[in-house]
Design a protein. Structure first.
Length: 185
């Protein structure tokens, strides 16, 4: 379990309101509790009663933190060479639901991963994922985070992350490792 840390924002920063997924700006001087810091993004609670927000890695400095690249270290790949599927799964494991301390792979949100060679060289990734609830407003933020991180992989020409609802997500899709992390075993 992560420790909650209280900080004062050092500058205005962009955020995403949880669970609606609506964009927001947290002002300089706002007091927040950092409740989760996984995969390079941060979940914060506005102490003044403003709710929960997701703050992206690029805005870590506003929280007084050094941004850290959440991507795993992988074998070097040329910009035109094929990307190993293992590296793609490792990157997806750095993407987290901002309300659940579990990556989207172990949470069982990834339904399909297709890795193809691009005619121009490099690789094309297509991912189908779901969310834990159809009304979750964070879908765009989670899928966007996954797409952004996949595009950072050397050799990726394009990455498409599509949210699907069939079949509906169910807790039985959580991996064995995920069940341990969440204390479900």
């Amino acid at each position: 379990m992560q420790n909650i840390v209280s900080v004062e924002l050092t500058r205005d920063c962009e955020a995403t309101r949880i669970p609606s997924g609506m964009p927001a700006t947290l002002g300089q001087g706002t007091q927040v509790d950092i409740t989760q810091r996984l995969g390079g993004s941060y979940t914060v609670r506005d102490i003044g009663g403003g709710g929960l927000f997701r703050v992206a890695e690029k805005d870590a400095d506003a929280l007084g933190l050094d941004p850290t690249c959440a991507l795993p270290v992988t074998e070097p790949v040329s910009a035109t060479g094929p990307v190993e599927e293992k590296a793609v799964w490792e990157v997806l494991r750095t993407c987290y639901d901002p309300e659940i301390p579990l990556n989207i792979v172990d949470l069982g949100l990834i339904y399909d991963l297709d890795l193809d060679r691009s005619p121009e060289g490099g690789s094309i990734i297509n991912v189908k994922m779901t969310l834990t609830a159809p009304g979750c407003g964070m879908g765009g933020a989670i899928a966007g985070d996954a797409q952004e991180k996949l595009l950072r992989l050397p050799g990726i020409r394009s990455a498409n992350v599509q949210i699907v609802w069939d079949p509906p997500w169910h807790p039985s899709l959580i991996s064995e490792e995920g069940r341990k992390v969440l204390g479900l075993e």
